[in-house]
Design a protein around this ligand. Structure first.
Ligand SMILES: [Zn+2]
Length: 56
């Protein structure tokens, strides 16, 4: 516990996704049911999906 690797970066964090409306999709971390969840949200139309790939 408490160990953080310097190589923990995931390739998905550097990738950009775009919504069908043309807005950029940003990842957000929210707490839900005591667990940290990642949500993909379009900045333009505020559409929310579980994964950035779902915006296609
Ligand atoms: Zn959108």
């Amino acid at each position: 516990m408490g160990q953080v690797s310097k190589n923990a970066r995931t390739s998905s964090s550097t990738q950009k996704f775009f919504c069908g409306c043309g807005g950029e999709v940003k990842m957000k971390s929210i707490f839900s049911g005591g667990k940290l969840k990642n949500l993909a949200i379009c900045e333009k139309c505020k559409r929310q999906e579980r994964k950035p790939g779902d915006f296609k």
